[in-house]
Design a protein around this ligand. Structure first.
Ligand code: GLU
Length: 292
């Protein structure tokens, strides 16, 4: 089976060093497997998006020598696919409408098990998926064996938001399946979203891809870099220094300087999963297990 990987940025700002690491990690992994590399624009949340950011991200990727093998998919154009997945979950009795306010949720210590608010005819509900009780297990190629009980850690989670838009957890599962992704390579901030995604894949009868989470780039205060915090954009006019830094961050041997394209090709040829795992372990990251 041909390896198919992807990079799935949200266009909330220009590409910063943290997202460059995710792009480079997914690209060299895909190429090391003689695989296909795709880009999906996760533009599902208009208020957080910055006009022009999607085009800017694609131009920056190109300047670094990373061109997707198939046309870029935009989540904003995929609403009907999410609606039909949602309809199937609804028909199977897996979802329920929820009118809980933020205060109601805080009172339930953030773990949502049941809607405590009365239905309000005039207010639109969010829709939650019932969380199963029992560990969802998977082996991450970077961080090793993982287990999470969704009932205890996330509770019933939102798959359709109050404004009517579909949530990331549902969209990502529908799109990874539709694009035939065989391995998801992304930042470790999404390690703890993976059990929710695996659960949704099982309910929808979709295949579960392999997962490889990458060590996360943190700022000086130990927080994840965020495009919205205006984390400094990488310099697309001079890609080599940032590319060297990204490869070093992933524990990869940094090829001799050349063009970005040649460095990426060399890094893919020499891709070293064990070294990447070593970096992942240094940035130890575990997902919530819920009470023992
Ligand atoms: N769009 C997400 C982000 O930019 C990544 C989603 C994913 O790779 O599954 O953080």
């Amino acid at each position: 089976m041909t390896y198919r990987g992807r990079f799935a940025p949200s266009p909330t700002g220009a590409l910063h060093f943290g997202s460059l690491v995710a792009a480079v990690g997914s690209w060299i992994r895909a190429r090391s497997q003689n695989g296909i590399w795709l880009v999906r624009m996760e533009d599902l949340d208009p208020p957080r998006e910055v006009p022009g950011a999607a085009a800017e991200i694609l131009e920056t990727l190109a300047a670094f020598g990373m061109e997707p093998d198939e046309p870029v998919k935009f989540q904003s154009r995929r609403e009907s696919a999410y609606a039909s997945a949602f309809a199937r979950l609804d028909a199977a009795g897996r979802v329920f409408p929820c009118w809980c306010s933020r205060a109601d949720l805080e009172a339930s210590s953030g773990i949502h098990r049941t809607c405590v608010a009365a239905p309000e005819a005039r207010r639109v509900p969010a829709w939650r998926l019932r969380a199963p009780d029992g560990a969802i297990e998977f082996v991450d190629a970077g961080f090793g064996p993982q287990a999470q009980n969704l009932r205890d850690v996330t509770g019933d989670f939102v798959i359709r938001r109050v404004e009517g838009g579909y949530a990331y957890q549902l969209a990502v599962v529908v799109d990874d399946a539709e694009q035939g992704i065989t391995e998801v390579v992304r930042g470790a901030d999404l390690l703890d979203s993976t059990p929710r995604q695996i659960h949704l894949q099982r309910l929808l009868g979709l295949p579960t891809p392999a997962y490889l989470h990458l060590p996360l780039v943190l700022d000086a205060d130990g927080r994840k870099l965020s495009k919205q915090d205006r984390a400094r954009a990488v310099d697309r006019t001079d890609p080599v220094p940032a590319l060297r830094a990204a490869l070093a961050f992933l524990g990869q041997r940094v090829p001799e300087a050349g063009t970005a394209e040649r460095m990426l090709d060399a890094a893919a040829q020499a891709f070293d999963l064990a070294a990447l795992r070593g970096e992942a372990r240094k940035h130890a990251c575990t997902i919530g297990q819920g009470p023992e």
